[in-house]
Write a protein that binds this ligand. Structure first.
Ligand code: PLP
Length: 470
């Protein structure tokens, strides 16, 4: 049981979990919490409806972390990665292991990998980088898409020049396609994508689509079938609220998939991976990889499988125990979650969605985001109203801070809450409630889902709005 984890192991686990990524995971010396007000070990009493971007350990996660720590031997680092890769491949196998796995310290860092791959295939040609829903990806995803450093610290605990170019040899011209229109309705990005492709014949193109953005928006993936040649398609399923069937179908079409273990699957932040179909992976073998010079500041040779010796040669030799521990927690959580039949888990998530959206819809304090039916069931996005007027981003941030930093009453078994951080689009903003795999499988295991805490959470938000804004 987690409670038996030896006290020294807890200290060591914490030290490891707050290493191996950028400054988003650092703990403030005063508060012992990260910028999202969380400490990975401090999950007791926390009712978590965030499960995007940042979370804590769960009791299960702590147990996995403890086992990992007891068995971990730095001398076997490559073997640890190989084992994790095999397990991930087995979980998301498209029947013949037709893909390779490249790792990254976070979902935002994954944005660099398609740039690396296209530049290896096309040498120094400028890359046309289409990025869908940029305001609903990670805070660093946009900057990374431009080939610039998005943080001040890298996975090796070293300072890097935020905002500066990572590699002189790689030029990325980015076209951003907003997620939503002024009205909040989900924009149709298909026409814009077709035009960008038509305007750049013969140039290397990356088409970054998203299936499950921060508010659960799903791009229309049919556009991939229109351009099977000439575009390197990458689908961001970083939230990982996706049916394995879709994963198989995308890999079969040669589409790369960005995933993380730290959102739906509730591993502590951060851990990313790119699933690279064999058809692309084969193009990289034996290519001269000196062109990627600069990326040794961001990636380790261990982030790439052994057969890509040409790429590994260019990169750092450092190991990242934090990343491996976070992936281990994610993988074991995935196994536990996927052992339940998907019709049961999907039905529970649907029911949660109906309870939450139904309660929000009854209240004068909230306005559900338009086109909810087009988004993922495990995330509910809504604006907060004061006397009929929508709160703006900085006001929602104040509300988020208040909700997360204070204790609350009336929850069954919990006295703190966590929700999704505010998301901005144009002048407007919204917040989100999300349910993650651990919460879903607890309810499935007990064969009982009580809506009490979700309803109370919404009541707490209403009361907090009164305290802060009335
Ligand atoms: C859809 C999507 N893509 C990418 C990211 C970036 O991932 P990370 O937070 O691991 O950097 C996020 C973060 O919330 C996301 O929601």
């Amino acid at each position: 049981m987690p409670e038996t984890v030896h006290i020294n192991n807890r200290d060591k686990i914490l030290e490891i979990l707050v290493s191996g990524c950028d400054e988003r995971i650092f703990l403030s010396p005063e508060t012992k919490a990260n910028k999202y007000h969380l400490n990975p070990l401090n999950y007791k009493g926390l009712f978590n409806r965030g499960s995007c971007t940042c979370g804590t350990l769960t009791p299960f996660g702590l147990e996995v972390a403890n086992n990992f720590l007891e068995q971990f031997n730095p001398a076997n680092y490559q073997a640890v990665i190989d084992q994790q890769t095999i397990q991930l491949k087995e979980l998301f196998d498209n029947s013949q292991y037709g893909f390779e796995i490249f790792y990254a310290p976070s979902g935002s860092d994954l944005m660099y990998l398609p740039l690396i791959i296209q530049s290896l295939v096309h040498d120094r040609k400028e890359i046309i980088n289409i990025v869908s829903c940029p305001e609903e990806l990670g805070s660093g995803s946009k900057v990374a898409a431009e080939g610039l450093y998005f943080s001040e610290w890298n996975q090796f605990g070293k300072n890097i020049p935020k905002g500066k170019e990572v590699s002189r040899n790689i030029k990325s011209k980015v076209f951003y396609l907003p997620a939503r229109e002024e009205t909040g309705h989900i924009a149709n990005r298909g026409q814009a994508i077709r035009k960008i492709i038509a305007d750049h014949p013969g140039q290397p193109i990356i088409g970054n689509l998203v299936f499950g953005s921060k508010s659960g928006i799903k791009d229309d993936l049919e556009i991939i079938d229109e351009f099977r040649e000439g575009v390197m398609w990458v689908v961001d399923i970083c939230q990982f609220r996706t049916d394995p069937l879709l994963i198989h179908s995308m890999l079969d079409k040669g589409v790369m998939l960005m995933v993380t273990g730290s959102k739906f699957y509730q591993a502590p932040p951060f851990c990313g991976a790119l699933l690279v179909p064999t058809s692309w992976a084969q193009k990289l073998i034996n290519k001269d990889a000196s062109i990627i010079r600069g990326f040794e500041n961001l990636f380790s040779k261990y982030d790439f499988p052994c057969q890509f010796e040409n790429i590994r040669k260019q990169l750092s030799n450092e190991i990242n125990i934090g990343l491996r521990m976070r992936w281990e927690i994610a993988i074991q959580e995935m196994k536990a979650y996927l052992s339940f039949p998907s019709d049961q888990s999907n039905a529970l998530i649907r029911r949660w969605n109906q309870i939450v959206t139904g309660r929000l819809a009854q209240s004068d304090y909230f306005k559900l985001m338009p086109n909810m039916e087009l988004t993922n069931d495990s995330i509910v996005s809504f604006m907060v109203l004061v006397d009929g007027k929508e709160l703006r981003y900085f006001e929602l941030k104040k509300l988020f801070d208040y909700l997360v930093l204070n204790e609350h009453y009336g929850l069954d078994g919990f006295n703190r809450i966590f929700i999704g951080q505010p998301v901005q689009y144009g002048e407007k903003s919204f917040i989100r409630l999300a349910i993650g795999s651990y919460s879903v499988r607890l309810a499935l295991k007990d064969n009982h889902f009580s809506p009490h805490n979700d309803l109370q959470l919404i009541h707490i938000i209403e009361r907090s709005v009164d305290i802060l804004f009335k």
